[in-house]
Design a protein around this ligand. Sequence first.
Ligand code: AMP
Length: 183
Amino acid sequence: MKQRLLFLGPPGAGKGTQAALLCDRHGLRHLSTGDLLRAEVSAGSELGKEAESVMNRGELVSDSLVLAIVKAQLGALNGQGWLLDGFPRNVAQAEALDPLLQELNQPIEAVVLLELDDAVLIERLLSRGRDDDNEAVIRNRLVVYADKTEPLIEHYRQRGLLQSVEANGNIEAITERIEGVLA
Ligand code: AMP
């Protein structure tokens, strides 16, 4: 299976769940910028304090802050495969990622787009109960996704890396679909 992966898709599409399963099964490092940021918030670090209110509004944390986190994580991997989940989130982040991976000599092998209708996304997010999962914030996160993150679909399609996967159905079936496009 491909070893250097990126997951794209709206909040609630199941990126985190599928990424964790796939990384577990295939020995990849799961790099979720959302998880890494939440860990900083819980730890009460300076970085966490800076990120917390932005996250609770459903906006994007600054590119420089997120890039610093990703850079440190990728630099410490020593050849292990990885799956980026929730990063890049906009074109500027994607454009910053390219030279970073070039420097590490680790190009992306595939981008998986998890696709799901808004109605199902909202229902899923509302049942999750995270701090940033109330209805107003969810709607804002979907708007931010459409404005900032969706352009990345074209960015990676043009590079011949994009694989779309229907993200409706049970967890196991979706994992199999993803493994199918990454074989
Ligand atoms: P997630 O767990 O991926 O849904 O991320 C939760 C929140 O963390 C997002 O709504 C953003 O506020 C922030 N976040 C996560 N990843 C990024 C990123 N790559 N760039 C900017 N903000 C991010």
